[in-house]
Design a protein around this ligand. Sequence first.
Ligand SMILES: [Zn+2]
Length: 137
Amino acid sequence: MEDSESSDKTALCEHKRGGDDWLPLLKGWERDVLALHPYCGSCGLVRNIGPDRAKKLGYYTEVLSEIERFLKHDSKKGGRHKLTESQKRLIVKCMEEDDVFVDLYGTLASAQKERFVEIIQKYRPDLKKCEIEYYLE
Ligand SMILES: [Zn+2]
């Protein structure tokens, strides 16, 4: 049994291959054809092997830097405020603490994108969803 009170970092399963299961490939929230998915022998989590593959945290921090450059440029033209260092730090911290950016085994890229937009809008509600998504491929 897992101790739910232990810290998130140590509670994460290391995911050892347990076997394979026939499951539909996921794309966004839609189900596609059946394919053999490996699943974890310790926690039972099914690995996402579909086209909607999760990306590492570094990808999202890079996208955040692009948004930072865009806002810096925008503020020079008298537009919105640039992204402050503390906003950036809080956004990165938020991502580091979120399972969808840390435990990629069963995560979909679409779920990451949704969280990325939510986290940024939490600190920068002036940024529109479509503006943030523009920087995500
Ligand atoms: Zn596992």
